[in-house]
Write a protein that binds this ligand. Structure first.
Ligand code: NAP
Length: 244
């Protein structure tokens, strides 16, 4: 049975780098999820294939349980020779603004993509992992979820929820040989941080620069590997030395 990795939000940024790295390091068939940017998802696919890996695109909106269930049920039906052994819950959005003026929709959307999205996809994939007694779940949280960042109350709440859920779920499923960990990046170069002036914000970072998506991808790839079999329930910072 071929082992696969599903990375949500793998069309761009961190998810794209993680998808490419997991294919290179772990001999996994990659499922590239995205919500709207098909061209970017195809770019991820082409890069994996160029490196000698295999991948396919699986479009769904992580916020929408019906949409997630339908896409994954169809995939399961067509791929009985494959097993999704690695899940990376990476899809995330920001809608920054001061809490006192925050529209309810901005609160809901940010929490629904990160925290509800994690529920929707993980609950679907954990059933076969439990049956097979094998699995790696890696949640992409954030420094915001540990420290709390002003102007990001919604995002800090969403990522804080992922962190709590990571610790609880890790203990529920450890007996079945499934590990659940989170990665908490600081400032990483991507479309999400494009509007941030690196010259100003890097002053907050002891290493004096933003991180690259590839640096996060190496950490995720390690957590997804056999070498990380005894690490579970951890929240691993990758932020250039910022203490949370
Ligand atoms: P990004 O460049 O904006 O990419 C976001 C990705 O998520 C895209 O592939 C996007 O797909 C996908 N996505 C968004 N909403 C989705 C939905 N409802 N369903 C499925 N996919 C969806 O962001 P990034 O910087 O790579 O961030 C990736 C993760 O790292 C996020 O969870 C973010 O919170 C976290 N993070 C980032 C940083 C940072 O500094 N960049 C720091 C800490 C944590 P489309 O292309 O189809 O829109």
């Amino acid at each position: 049975m071929k082992n696969c990795a599903l990375i949500t939000g793998a069309s761009r940024g961190l998810g794209k780098a993680i998808a490419i790295q997991l294919a290179l390091d772990n001999n996994l068939h990659i499922l590239i999820n995205y919500s709207s940017n098909e061209k970017a998802a195809e770019d991820t696919l082409n890069e994996i294939v160029k490196n000698g890996g295999t991948a396919e695109i699986l479009k769904f909106n992580v916020q929408d349980k019906e949409n997630v269930d339908k896409a994954l049920d169809e995939w399961f039906a067509k791929n009985q020779d494959k097993f999704i052994s690695v899940l990376v819950n990476n899809a995330g959005i920001t809608r920054d603004g001061l809490f006192m003026w925050m529209p309810e929709k901005d609160w809901d959307d940010v929490i629904d993509v990160s925290a509800k999205g994690m529920f929707n996809v993980t609950q679907k994939l954990i059933q076969p992992m439990l049956r097979k007694r094998q699995g790696r779940i890696i949640n992409i949280a954030s420094l915001s979820g540990l420290k709390g960042v002003p102007g990001q109350t919604n995002y800090s709440a969403a990522k804080g929820a992922m962190i709590g859920a990571t610790k609880a779920l890790a203990q529920e499923v450890a007996k079945r040989n499934i590990t659940v960990n989170a990665v908490a990046p600081g400032f990483i170069k991507s479309d999400m941080t494009e509007a941030f002036n690196e010259e100003d914000y890097k002053k907050l970072v002891p290493l004096n620069r933003f991180g690259n998506p590839e640096e996060v991808a190496h950490l995720v790839s390690f957590l997804a590997s056999e070498k990380a079999a005894y690490i579970t329930g951890e929240i691993i910072n990758i932020n250039g030395g910022i203490y949370s």
